[in-house]
Design a protein around this ligand. Sequence first.
Ligand code: E4P
Length: 217
Amino acid sequence: MKFFVDTADTAEISAMADLGLVDGVTTNPSLIAKSGRDFLDVIKDIAGMVEGPVSAEVVATDHATMMKEAEKLLTLGDNIAIKVPLTPDGLKTCRALSNDGVPVNVTLCFSATQALLAAKAGAAFISPFIGRHDDVGFDGMSLIADIRLIYDNYDFGTEILAASIRHPVHVLEAAKIGADVVTLPPKVMLQLANHPLTDKGLDAFMADWAKTGQSIV
Ligand code: E4P
């Protein structure tokens, strides 16, 4: 399972990348707005910080302008994936860019049939939003399972990128189902490493080690 980090905050990306666990980055217009920085500047900076794909989202809603925006975003690094919304214009843009070999992340996916369309449009990634689905009383994780089944039925190469992740159990369930990628807020990535018994065990080991009076280096 690949781990992407879901933020446009370069300090957070740098801290996560230092752990050696970051395979890519996802951004969206809300995360860019939260960063308070110029869109193009921040994407360029992020693209220089990680090797893996950096999803940069178009903000137009019509195909022609999406294509123009994608052309500009692709100049910001050779690891840019263009993120488009799951609309008819977004799918058309996905097909056109995919035909040119550009990786496309189709976002705002809330149904398995939408995911089927994205795969048929040649998407490199489909982003089903788990947390937002849960928020309105649906089981976001069942969406991941349905997409996995459909993609496996037809051997689609589109990677399932579990998005809108809110807590470690989302990661656990997505991994059990076989999502290819999970995009994590930095806080959730750190929560994955936490366990009270790890802390308790380490405290005991350190206390016993101190009693030996030895050192390794
Ligand atoms: C990632 O690509 C999505 O934009 C992101 O995961 C959305 O998360 P949110 O629902 O917490 O805003």
